[in-house]
Design a protein around this ligand. Structure first.
Ligand code: FAD
Length: 219
């Protein structure tokens, strides 16, 4: 099948927010980049051929673009992105992906489930559509990995697997087992594939039809 090669744009880094020692929000110039909340961009350091996919963290109504990047120590690109400084340039392509909030579900109750940096598209959803009715369940190993949770207020629920102090001690999938989920729930799952496969099966077992379960696998 023939596909159109999308153009890449060099964008200046405007801000780096280090949220933990290993995770940063990289903000760069938008330069007319059009996307729908939930989509991802292909980002690399300008001049380097290596690029990776990153969900867009910022809202579609903002005049910059942000991505939330976790540093993978034996990886190639994420480390470089976390080490960028203001004024450096990233190379950006896209947008890509279908992990979006179609208009018909924007006024329905939403169950947003993430592990780690999989929270990123939900920041874009909730920043872009401020009136959403949602509950966000976020699973991380550590308490500090709640990635600007104050933004979501009461809608945020933190499952922390390796230490005390979150809303639930354990994995997201363990917490989901304690919930009764209505079959008309619109569920979004984003993050690592183990969580997504397990949560997908659990939602199906509770009667949520496949068409209402949306997934974005990172690795
Ligand atoms: C659609 C999509 C959206 C994504 N969005 C994000 C995002 O918003 N933020 C983000 O940080 N990453 C995101 N990723 C993952 C990202 O594309 C890279 O895979 C990641 O940054 C590692 O790249 P690297 O070059 O440093 O490591 P690589 O050299 O590509 O790989 C090193 C190893 O790290 C593993 N790995 C990848 N991601 C992680 C992780 N988060 N934790 C632990 N191990 C990992 C890979 O499976 C691989 O085995 C997304 C992936 C996809 C497919």
């Amino acid at each position: 099948m023939l596909t159109t090669k999308k153009k890449r744009t060099a964008c200046k880094v405007l801000e780096i927010r280090n949220l933990t020692e290993s995770t940063a929000v990289v903000r760069f110039e938008r330069q007319g980049f059009e996307f729908e909340p939930g989509q991802y961009a292909r980002v690399g350091v300008e001049g380097d051929p290596e690029i990776r996919d990153y969900s867009i963290y910022s809202g579609s109504n903002q005049d910059y673009v942000e991505v939330l990047v976790r540093r993978v120590e034996d990886g190639l690109v994420s480390k470089q992105l976390c080490d960028l400084a203001v004024g450096d340039e990233v190379s950006v392509g896209g947008p890509y992906g279908h992990f979006k909030l179609i208009e018909e579900v924007r006024d329905k109750p939403l169950l947003l489930i993430a592990t780690g940096t999989g929270i990123s598209p939900y920041r874009s959803f909730t920043e872009s559509y401020p009136d959403l009715n949602y509950q966000l369940i976020h699973g991380t190993a550590l308490l500090e990995e709640n990635y600007e949770a104050e933004f979501y207020g009461e809608n945020y629920f933190h499952c922390v697997s390796r230490e005390e102090g979150g809303d639930y001690k354990g994995r997201v999938t363990e917490y989901l087992k304690t919930l009764e989920i209505a079959p008309d729930t619109n569920a979004f799952l984003c993050g690592n594939c183990d969580m997504i496969y397990e949560a997908f099966d659990m939602l199906q077992d509770q009667g949520v039809p496949t068409a209402r379960i949306h997934t974005e696998v990172y690795f």
